[in-house]
Design a protein around this ligand. Structure first.
Ligand code: FAD
Length: 402
């Protein structure tokens, strides 16, 4: 239906936030309920309207980052009908190379090492966002409001009411369930008095696409340095003739600022020194941007009629590329429970049902959060034997096949 002013005021599920998590959850709920659930997605950022699914426009709410998608995320996205388009610009991860700067040792995980056909793939966020939002707009049972904003959520005896603002006017919408997916600095979470534990890593992730002289052959690099981890994720071929990759370089804040602003030659020289020559010579860098790194964990994720999801529930250090993958596993679990509940005419905002979701995801969430949290600090303090590097390589492998 897409971008119409919602004339309905009663929904099964309202999702506050049409980022990667809100959009993919809406598609899952729509598909797995066989379009039985009435869903409203409210996104505060203006989203350019694109005309065809085959040629979606660039969407500025999805930034210049790229996302490493695990194989299990691919399995979640495939039934939604978006995979043929997503895979058009996805680069397969064929191996993971883990190394530590200032030592010769490194470890390489390849498909033959464990019994799994592939590790996953890397997709640029701009493309991922376009494909998800275009798919969402085509669904008759999803209303998509953008730019519009959820200003307030009020729990009711049955479900919730939400105050939605669009074009300067406000309207009240009722739902069985509200999903808060408004990002790490969630206003709605705060408004409801849900505390979040926040730990700053005192580092910034410097993001840029880089090109180099040697073909990457689908190799993802994770390099640990005394200043923080550096990841180089393979990207699909573009009109550029050189191979390219997405760089995620965690650095102390001042160094990230210096490297964001220096000229291209200086940046490439520093990168070459830090990364080495495994990909030949670095020859170009695209737009650079910085993301202050922090771990955010909401102290509550469910209340009667409310679920907090995605970055609003848990925002992770990007070292293991797990934030969105974890959120997809969360949303797959929630979808399964909600669809079953709706088939049994059970209220979707029922606290017992939502607690069941949280209990079922708790182990996965805690394991993923702790792996992402502890990894970056390990190599700033110690030099480990090669067996530790190998275990870390295996850790990446395990997370990418979950
Ligand atoms: C450098 C970096 C690299 C990463 N790499 C990976 C990776 O390789 N693999 C991986 O799995 N994860 C990765 N992640 C994590 C991933 O990016 C996040 O998990 C994901 O973006 C979370 O999406 P979200 O929708 O929860 O939040 P957001 O992307 O923050 O979206 C929230 C949305 O809500 C909207 N909004 C806010 N307030 C309101 C309101 N009141 N009403 C309506 N809308 C509102 C905002 O406009 C926004 O669009 C990375 C993260 C970083 C920082």
């Amino acid at each position: 239906m897409g971008q119409t002013a919602a004339n309905k005021s009663q929904y099964d599920v309202v999702i506050a936030g049409g980022g990667m998590v809100g959009a993919s959850l809406a598609l899952q709920l729509c598909h797995h309920s066989q379009q039985q659930l009435r869903i409203l997605v409210v996104e505060s950022f203006p989203i350019a309207k694109s005309h065809t699914a085959e040629a979606p426009l660039y969407n500025p709410s999805f930034d210049a980052r790229s996302t490493a998608l695990s194989y299990s995320s691919q399995l979640i996205l495939e039934p939604l009908g978006v995979w043929p388009l997503l895979s058009k610009y996805a680069a397969a991860i064929n191996s993971i190379h883990v190394s530590e700067r200032r030592r010769l040792g490194s470890t390489m995980m390849k498909p033959g090492d464990v019994d799994w056909p592939a590790l996953g793939c890397v997709i640029e966020n701009a493309w991922l966002g376009n494909v998800l939002l275009n798919a969402l707009r085509e669904k008759d049972t999803i209303d998509f409001l953008a730019p519009a904003s959820v200003k307030h959520i009020s729990p009711q005896q049955q479900g919730v009411t939400l105050m939605v603002e669009q074009n300067g006017s406000e309207k009240t919408v009722a739902a069985q369930l509200a999903i808060i997916a408004d990002g790490a600095n969630s206003n709605l979470r705060e408004q409801l008095g849900i505390n979040a534990r926040v730990h700053s890593y005192q580092q910034t992730a410097l993001i840029a696409n880089v090109s180099f002289t040697k073909a990457h052959q689908g190799c993802a690099y994770e390099r640990f340095t005394d200043q923080g981890p550096m990841a180089l994720l393979p990207l699909s071929d573009s009109e550029l003739s050189q191979p390219r990759a997405a760089l995620v370089w965690s650095l102390p804040n001042d160094q990230a600022a210096t490297l964001s602003e220096c000229d291209e030659a200086e940046f490439l020289k520093t990168l070459q020194q830090r990364f080495g020559h495994r990909q030949g010579e670095f020859i170009r860098v695209g737009d650079r941007s910085g993301y202050p790194l922090k771990l955010v964990e909401a102290e509550e994720q469910v209340r009667s009629g409310i679920v907090v999801m995605g970055n609003a529930a848990h925002s992770l250090h990007p070292v293991a590329g797990q934030g969105f993958n974890l959120a997809l596993r969360d949303s797959a679990r929630l979808t399964q429970l909600l669809v079953a509940a709706s088939q049994q005419n059970r209220a979707l905002g029922d606290l017992g049902l939502l607690q069941q979701y949280q209990q079922q995801q708790q182990f996965d969430q805690q394991k993923t959060i702790r792996f992402s949290d502890q990894l970056p600090g390990l190599f700033t303090r110690n030099q480990f034997p090669l067996s530790v590097l190998r275990s870390i390589g295996l850790g990446f492998w395990i997370f990418f096949r979950r």
